[in-house]
Design a binder for this molecule. Structure first.
Ligand code: NDP
Length: 288
């Protein structure tokens, strides 16, 4: 058997186009563009590339992009002052502080300073709590993108067995919460999990968010399962995921490639969260 390759690039392009249409309609009603502010502290090359592509995608989706590039020696107090100003700025609907921050700045202090209703990354504990309790909030973009790909591929997820490998606040935990909400039966695996392969062998859905190249082996996968590879690992052979792609693709029903799978969905979901934030902040009803 050879798995269907889930085209995350195409799914993300469709989502970005839809967000662009909604953003144009929002501008017509609200009399202003929806706005996303992205803050980068320091000159980490990977972060710099992410920030640039987020800005480009924001403008392409008919929204305003406000980029704040601060020097690496910016104090925590100065960064918090900028977050306060963005919280108070009515032109800014979403705020994203690019991680990682320099070591002298406490990430948790900065992330909790963002107004939860502008927290389009969904990292604020209030939004984590909203997700955990089934309230409307912002869901972190990467797991939201994974859920969209899964629902596009499988339709209703209810009753399916899902294994999420990884329990980070950014990917694993919100992924498990989203799958639980979608009525899958969810197992969360991590570095202390015993006999991981036996859990994976039962899973209709495998989401790998580990950060170790080729960690999930093809022979662990249940025939026909859907495999979502969140991993982005820079190796000598280029970018690779957390799943042994060739091995898994010969058993799975469907699988995301790296690159071109989950990655493109992350920015598309950021745009989606921003247009949702704009509607809420402006008190404008969100169309379909
Ligand atoms: P973290 O390092 O925060 O979390 C990794 C998780 O994997 C931890 O929960 C850890 O367990 C678990 N783990 C580590 N070793 C093992 C093991 N041997 N067996 C089982 N579980 C293990 O990473 P992130 O969640 O932030 O990211 C995961 C991957 O996804 C990375 O490759 C990252 O680059 C990528 N990523 C991709 C994004 C995208 O846009 N596509 C966005 C964000 C991340 P424990 O908790 O016990 O330590």
């Amino acid at each position: 058997m050879s798995a269907e390759i889930i085209d995350g690039k195409a799914a993300a392009a469709r989502l970005r186009a839809r967000v662009g249409e909604i953003a144009a309609a929002f501008e017509a009603v609200a009399g202003r563009k929806a706005g996303l502010a992205v803050v980068l502290v320091g000159a980490d090359p990977a972060s710099s590339v992410y920030v640039k592509s987020k800005g480009k995608a924001t403008v392409a989706a008919n929204m305003a992009s406000f980029e704040h590039r601060l020097p690496a020696d910016t104090t925590e107090a100065d960064l918090l002052a900028l977050v306060d100003a963005l919280n108070a700025d009515p032109a800014v609907d979403g705020i994203l502080v690019q991680l990682p921050l320099p070591k002298h700045i406490r990430e948790s202090v900065v992330l909790t300073r963002i107004d939860p209703d502008k927290d389009v990354d969904g990292f604020h504990p209030v939004n984590a709590g909203r997700l955990a309790t089934g309230l409307n909030g912002f869901v972190p973009c990467t797991p939201l993108g994974c859920l969209m790909l899964l629902e596009e591929q499988l339709g209703d997820l209810s009753g399916l067995d899902a294994v999420v490998i990884g329990r980070s606040n950014i990917v694993g935990k919100p992924m498990a919460a989203l799958l639980t909400k979608a009525s899958a039966t969810v197992t969360v695996a991590h570095s202390r999990t015993k006999d991981l392969s036996s859990h994976v062998a039962r899973a209709d859905i495998v989401v790998a968010a580990v950060g170790i190249p080729h960690f999930v082996k093809g022979e662990w996968i249940k025939p026909g399962a859907t495999v979502i590879d969140v991993g982005i690992n820079r190796t000598e052979d280029g970018l690779t995921g957390d799943v042994d792609f060739d091995g898994a693709a010969s058993v799975a029903g469907a699988i995301t490639p790296v690159p071109g799978g989950v990655g493109p969905m992350t920015i598309a979901c950021l745009l989606r969260n921003t247009i949702v934030a704009a509607h809420r902040n402006a008190g404008v009803q969100l169309g379909k």
